[in-house]
Design a protein around this ligand. Structure first.
Ligand SMILES: Nc1ncnc2c1ncn2[C@@H]1O[C@H](COP(=O)(O)OP(=O)(O)OP(=O)(O)O)[C@@H](O)[C@H]1O
Ligand SMILES: [Mg+2]
Length: 290
């Protein structure tokens, strides 16, 4: 087998030689930062297919690390049938030390900060905004890339400049804002709000390109547009059945996770699939591994 490099909560990464990485997206599901015991069928294929769709759709905004999603293009020993549809052969990039977050709506940690100090990543926002309000315009709100197990820290644009330099920070911001604008425009046509998202950029051959997963429900907040309104936390398009179930339990949100019923597992799987099919207009059955 290829040498194993790293495993995150969802992905397993292998060294594919020639400065290439193989990213294999599993069906593992995390909620409240805890990985569930049950796999969500098709989730890894959805995340892979969606990333591939966006990289193609947005290729005029930024280049990408992706070489292939076909099993046949992998080194012989990595062509495992169970990996069909969930592999990304990529150029190894020199990753930026920041995560490129763009927020179009006020939610999550940004809402918490605004509520206490009227700012977002240290920058003053207009007064009187409610939770989940649309921001006057999408804003680039970077964070540090924390070591494994630690939480990323929200930083200001000036702090991002200190970490990666003025030129790269400016480029990363401009690319990220344009990716978000284009991506959220497409999703909105399909009835999905992308409230915020995290891009990861890195250098390949001296060019700043889009890496990692792109505009997926795992890297973004997707809301059904018809269930959004300011003042509430709109349901997450993908995780809501699971979160509602977990919230109804007497569980302290620390490992070990509680067991999930087959119904919750199937419902969550269907949500992921629906998100993919709505946004891309493609059928998941046409993606490898069906
Ligand atoms: N082309 C690339 N070259 C080098 N590193 C990459 C590339 N694309 C993505 N990465 C890195 O690979 C890792 C992907 O890991 P993964 O997303 O599975 O776990 P994680 O981000 O550590 O945790 P989480 O499970 O919360 O996402 C990230 O650290 C990401 O920055
Ligand atoms: Mg990740």
């Amino acid at each position: 087998m290829l040498p194993h490099v790293y495993s995150g909560k969802v992905r397993d990464i292998y060294d594919a030689g020639d400065d290439r990485l193989l990213m294999v997206t599993s069906d593992r599901m995390s909620a409240f930062d805890v990985v569930m015991n049950e796999a969500i069928p098709s989730k890894g294929r959805v995340l892979t297919a969606m990333t591939a769709f966006w990289l193609e759709h947005l290729s005029d905004v930024a280049g990408s690390h992706l070489i292939s999603t076909e099993l046949d293009d992998l080194p012989q020993e990595a062509r495992l049938p169970e990996w069909a549809g969930r592999v990304m052969l990529c150029h190894r990039a020199e990753m930026l030390l920041i995560e490129c977050i763009v927020r179009g709506y006020l939610s999550g940690s940004a809402w918490k900060e605004y509520k206490t100090s009227g700012t977002m990543h240290g920058t003053k926002l207009p007064g009187g905004l409610q939770e989940s309000d649309q921001l006057p315009e999408p804003i680039f709100t970077p964070s540090t890339k924390a070591e494994q197990g630690l939480h990323d820290e929200n930083i200001s644009f000036e702090q991002a400049v200190d970490l990666v330099g003025q030129e790269t920070a400016t480029k990363a911001r401009d690319i990220s804002l344009e990716l978000y604008r284009r991506g959220s425009e497409r999703a909105a046509e399909r009835g999905i709000i992308i409230a915020d998202t995290k891009f990861e950029l890195g250098f390949v051959g001296g060019e700043l390109v889009l890496c990692d997963e792109v505009l997926t429900p795992d890297s973004s907040r997707f809301w059904p547009a018809d269930e959004w309104k300011p003042g509430i936390t709109p349901p997450a398009f993908d995780k809501q059945p699971l979160r509602d179930y977990l919230d109804g339990l007497d569980w302290d949100k620390r490992p070990p996770p509680p067991p999930l019923s087959d119904e919750i597992v199937q419902e969550t799987s269907a949500r992921y699939r629906e998100g993919y099919e709505r946004i891309t207009g493609r059928s998941l059955n046409d993606w490898p591994g069906a």
